[in-house]
Design a binder for this molecule. Structure first.
Ligand code: ATP
Ligand code: MG
Length: 413
């Protein structure tokens, strides 16, 4: 089964909104075994919507459309599609009641605009939206299925999980295409490729891809098979070969994050962690606390951007700062040791570097970063030379810090 994803919205065409819906949908249906033919991004006009749906109808088994279902004048999708598929809008009294109840619960009278959202096609199945006011819809024309979702990302995601993915999973009887990825850290793509060596044995089962990211390199296998069970067997077989060669670099699979893996190890050991950040400005704390349950191991962190705060909050010595500068092995070390003592934790990690674009020198160019580590047994700092780009320097610093923690905690990479 294959699909066209259609994203509707002028805001997408001017770059104001990133089209996260298309990638969210592609990810979810890929998991169900559907392959995506194309992703179309179009503006809020009737013609564009009709043309895109007609193209999907000609080329794909299904279309998944998002955007333009709201109650305002620029929301055309429903009107255009109901006509395209030869139906008309009728009042759904139970949806109207639910909408009114939703507004009442929040202490508002329902605006007249929203009444229109209870007017739904007489030729579509309603896909309930329990987290918003615009309902999803499913039109059918011959064998072609056209799913329509609101543009608000969490609403679209809800309806995907609640209605569409289960429906698609139960429908797919023919060839499935499944993907599985494994995440590595601390090894460049080329080194990883060298260690994996001849990929023929892996590619007997599926197609292997290397996907470098800030956080490390992901390895992905894409398997086409007659059914789900066979695809899963092939994935397991290729995983075995991959793990035998580079298993010690793999910290997780699928969407698992480095921070999540580090957190899980800390939790398992009942160990605690603190952070002292300079060049990453709180990103490392944010990454660690974005994991649910991080309070089990994460005690706190200091964002000490100035020298004065490094001295005051972490006990870095003025003398060390004067002698070596804020971006130095000695300061990174004193930051991590200071955070460990002041917050009374098992492990502490620190970042200090020149994020750029200004502030570099011949001796310490932009992208010079020191990461400090401290535990009861040892403390050290490690130098990285990253890039001339601020965002890359900050993101990579966070990942290097997490990678050091992973190595110290799990003895990996
Ligand atoms: P609503 O019922 O809330 O009005 P809608 O179907 O009318 O939903 P839009 O008005 O098109 O949706 O978009 C609602 C919000 O979702 C906007 O902030 C928009 O920027 C965002 N959005 C729309 N399409 C996408 C997309 N493809 N990816 C990410 N965000 C999107
Ligand atoms: Mg819109």
């Amino acid at each position: 089964m294959n699909a066209t994803i259609i994203s509707i919205g002028d805001e997408l065409l001017i770059g104001q909104t990133i089209n996260t819906n298309a990638s969210m949908i592609a990810r979810k249906i890929a998991k169900a075994g559907v392959s995506v033919n194309s992703i179309l991004t179009i503006g809020d006009t009737g013609n564009a919507i009709r043309e895109a749906v007609a193209a999907a109808q000609a080329n794909s088994d299904i279309a998944i459309v998002t955007g333009g279902l709201g109650p305002t004048h620029d929301d055309l999708t429903k009107d255009v599609l109901v006509k395209h598929f030869g139906g008309k809008l009728v009042l759904y009294p139970e949806i109207l009641k639910a909408l009114e109840a939703r507004f009442e619960q929040r202490g508002y009278r329902m605006p007249e605009n929203n009444r229109g959202q209870a007017m739904l096609p007489d030729n579509a199945k309603v896909l309930p939206n329990k987290v918003g006011t615009a309902q999803g819809m499913l039109f059918q024309s011959g064998k072609f299925l056209c799913f329509v979702l609101p543009g608000v990302p969490y609403e679209a995601s809800f309806i995907m999980d609640d209605s569409i993915v289960p429906m698609l999973s139960s429908m797919i009887k023919d060839v499935v295409l499944l993907h599985q990825s494994w995440r590595t850290v601390g090894v460049p793509e080329s080194v990883l490729a060298e260690k994996i060596g001849d990929i023929a044995a892996i590619e007997e089962h599926g197609k292997l891809a290397f996907l470098p990211k800030y956080s490390g390199v992901d390895l992905r296998i894409s398997v086409r098979a007659a059914n789900r069970a066979e695809a899963e067997t092939r994935i397991r077989k290729s995983e075995k070969i991959i793990r035998a060669k580079v298993g010690h670099h793999i910290y997780g699979s699928g969407d698992e994050s480095l921070a999540g893996t580090v957190g899980a190890i800390l939790r398992e050991r009942s160990a605690t962690l603190a952070v002292a950040e300079s060049c990453t400005g709180g990103l490392l704390c944010a990454r660690l606390t974005s994991e649910p349950g991080s309070s089990d191991f994460f005690v706190g962190g200091m964002v000490t951007y100035s020298n004065a705060e490094k001295i005051r909050q972490l006990g870095v010595r003025e003398d060390t700062l004067k002698k070596h500068g804020a971006v130095s092995e000695e300061v990174a070390l004193e930051m991590s040791v200071g955070a460990r003592h002041r917050l009374q934790v098992d492990f502490a990690i620190s970042t200090t570097g020149i994020a750029g674009p200004g502030g570099g020198s011949a001796e310490k160019p932009v992208g010079t970063v020191w990461i400090g580590f401290a535990s009861a047994e040892k403390s050290y700092a490690k130098k990285y030379t990253i890039s001339s780009l601020r965002e890359v320097n900050q993101e990579r610093s966070v990942n290097y810090a997490l990678a050091i923690l992973l190595r110290e905690l799990a003895g990996r990479s």
